[in-house]
Design a protein around this ligand. Structure first.
Ligand code: FAQ
Length: 338
């Protein structure tokens, strides 16, 4: 039940051996539009595989946002000041909003929200590996903002130019908000590192030690082991590869860590003059695969929290539907209603 290793959206995608002349023409016109850098709208013709790939990625992204609310929601009642509480509350609400925009974008492709939730709640759908790690101290809130939102921005800014217009439009607003999320996290850590006690500084270092590698893994498998990348790049769904984004993230984080005064837990980090990038150590892909297979530290807890929220919220959905039906009924002119 808890595995994230399956995905119902992908059903093998058998390439049709025989295609009609019309289909071939439509496909050629579609490819030409992609090559010309045009955006595809919901009502435009698109290949089945393009549609399925988008539903897969957008729904995983939406699930990540709403599961991503859980590790932070846990800290709203324990924020150290009113200011920090208000900021965290706003951030978590933003994430709920991101989930809604993204579910709406997935719905434009013909998949209902009930189908998307069912895939999440039954454990068939994936969401980002990063949200299966625990948030143990207040410094985790700052570190999630700095590293996790920092990685999310790196990944998501190129999606503002995704070839599927409804997804690209949703991403523009999401990225603006993610930028605030990253900055508030970094500022919170900076405050603790500059003005905090030794214990607070140690707490920040401990959080960075725990979140660094899972954040580096967020970008997905290496390019040569990423089954979806080549086709998604061809279609302009992904604009930058997993490894290139990961490198950009590491390059930015090294300087940010220096300013903060924390050590990134990687003894192999070294500036490579020839590449003009930071080299970094080997990633533990076995850990990544275990988290995706449902065996991360918090997979069960996260999924159970979503299932409980769905079940406990049933009365809200029923009330909303009853109210909508009543309004619809009242809106029908008397002679038709009779
Ligand atoms: N976790 O062939 P690829 C956030 C899966 S939002 C879990 O490379 P693709 C905001 C992948 O789905 C974070 N699964 O796949 C926030 C595929 O499985 P499938 C989420 C992963 O799609 C901050 C398989 O591995 N962001 O953080 C992961 O071309 C703070 C093979 O991989 C997005 O979703 C992973 N980390 O590239 C909220 C952005 N990586 O589907 C709260 C949009 C890979 O074939 C607090 N998504 N997999 O069964 C993307 O850009 C892409 O989907 C990638 C993966 C880059 C994640």
């Amino acid at each position: 039940m808890y595995t994230q290793a399956m995905d119902t959206m992908k059903d093998g995608d058998p390439v049709k051996a025989v295609r009609s002349v019309d289909e071939v023409r439509l496909q050629e016109a579609f490819d030409a539009r992609i090559d010309a850098g045009e955006f595809i709208e919901a009502k435009d013709w698109m290949p089945d595989h393009y549609r399925k790939t988008l539903v897969r990625q957008i729904s995983q992204h939406a699930h990540s946002e709403i599961v991503g609310m859980l590790p932070e929601g846990n800290w709203i009642t324990r924020a150290p000041t009113l200011k920090r509480k208000a900021i965290l509350l706003a951030k978590v609400q933003d994430e709920g909003g991101h989930g809604l925009y993204l579910y709406a974008a997935a719905e434009t492709l013909g998949t209902s929200r009930d189908q998307l939730f069912d895939a999440l709640h039954s454990g068939r759908a994936k969401y980002s590996s990063i949200f299966n790690y625990p948030t143990l101290t207040w410094a985790d809130m700052g570190t999630v903002g700095w590293l996790v939102d920092g990685a999310a921005i790196m990944n998501q800014v190129p999606i503002c130019r995704c070839s599927y217009a409804p997804y690209a439009r949703a991403m523009i607003r999401i990225c603006r908000e993610e930028s605030f999320h990253q900055r508030q996290g970094y500022e919170s850590l900076l405050t603790m590192m500059m003005r905090g006690t030794d214990a607070q500084k140690a707490m920040v270092q401990d959080a960075v030690d725990r979140w660094w590698w899972p954040s580096v893994m967020m970008f997905g498998p290496p390019d040569d082991q990423s089954p979806n990348s080549a086709q998604s790049m061809r279609w302009g769904i992904k604009r930058v590869s997993n490894d290139d984004l990961r490198q950009k993230f590491v390059d930015a984080a090294v300087e940010q860590a220096r300013i903060l005064g924390v050590t990134l837990p990687d003894p192999d980090l070294a500036w490579n003059e020839e590449r003009q990038h930071w080299d970094f150590g080997a990633i533990d892909w076995a850990e990544f695969r275990a988290v995706l297979a449902g065996d991360g530290p918090c997979n069960r807890e996260r999924l159970q929290a979503r299932v409980d929220a769905w079940e406990e919220g049933a009365w809200v959905r029923e009330a909303a539907l009853a109210y909508a039906a009543k309004r619809h009924h009242n809106a029908i002119p008397m002679e038709r209603a009779a």
